[in-house]
Write a protein that binds this ligand. Sequence first.
Ligand SMILES: Nc1nc2c(ncn2[C@@H]2O[C@H](COP(=O)(O)OP(=O)(O)O)[C@@H](O)[C@H]2O)c(=O)[nH]1
Ligand SMILES: [Mg+2]
Length: 366
Amino acid sequence: MCFVNKIIFCEDLMRIFLQSSGKRRFLTDIHKHSLQHIIYFYHICYMDQGENIKSLIHGVNHGDRRALAKAITLIESNRPEDQEIKSMLMKAARSLGKAAVKIGITGSPGVGKSTFLNGFVRMFGESSSRIAILTIDPSSTLTGGSILGDKLRMTDIADMEQVFIRPSPSKGTLGGINLTTWETVLLCEAAGYDYIFIETVGVGQSEIEIQYLVNEVWYLTMARAGDEVQGIKRGILEIVDRVIVTKEDLNPREAQNTAAFLRQSLKIIQTRPKKASFYTLTPLQQDTMKTLFEDLQTVQPHPLEKDQLTFWFSRGWRETILRKIQSHPRIQVLYERMLSDVHGNASDYWSAMDHLVNEIDDLWKE
Ligand SMILES: Nc1nc2c(ncn2[C@@H]2O[C@H](COP(=O)(O)OP(=O)(O)O)[C@@H](O)[C@H]2O)c(=O)[nH]1
Ligand SMILES: [Mg+2]
């Protein structure tokens, strides 16, 4: 049976199951999932959830990459009905594994982040270290999917036994770091990965927010002329732990100049005691990355700091409240009505907002 037929067969099977048990909730979304995911959701839906989570988490904890992939797929679900099982999964994962060395790789699109990871991670070679690479899927509205090549650039390491590569959806957030990315990191730690590299899209908020997810931020930049160096955003320079000037092969002298200029700038910008380290290298040539690789060995794994956890806690809280309010049927109906009134000039924006807030107040009192 070909793949499409299998999907159709599975869909029919699911339809019968769903209709017979009155659970229709997956019907509309069914076509979005691959065969594997359809079967997986069937399991989640119809088998004892506690048992399911137990076996899934057992797989994750014992290095089963498919179980890890499935667990990540589950936490990526936005469906309200999946939130409970998602929370069961994360509670179970929390007590497992150990802290990994977490590195954020940031820098403008095209600077060479994916190429760098491909070359750098290959240097782990036969070592026993296990490495997870999370790339924020740039298929967001922000980049229009123009830089979809992350995984393509990592062909040298994609088949390495100890490497797990996973694109993470940006979910429309500017720059793409979101709660799911944090939860994915926790799952990778539960799976016992020693190193977790997170490649950001390199634009928008993600450049700054990556600091809440990792032990170190590595900023990749290219050799630039003097004026262009001045254009580098101050925000990123304040938080960066290592500055890496890539594509040294194209113009070694300019690469050195860029590094020197940035070193001077950082002396003024960075107020903390530990200043950033500097490297100029060519991701396509392994020998240029040796020093950085040796320096990585001195980085100790540790869990996120209090201020990092505060960031995720407050973001999670905001999202939870929002979901709760937005999903209330009365709010949903009123929202649609208010929006249409504003479109049709029957109401102004401020009065519409007043109505919505009053409705929330009423719900609050009930
Ligand atoms: N000459 C040269 N080209 C490079 C180097 N590193 C990356 N590139 C090229 O730069 C382009 C963008 O690289 P990519 O890794 O996709 O950048 P990303 O968007 O930051 O992930 C690709 O065409 C790479 O082949 C390098 O060290 N030297
Ligand atoms: Mg990339």
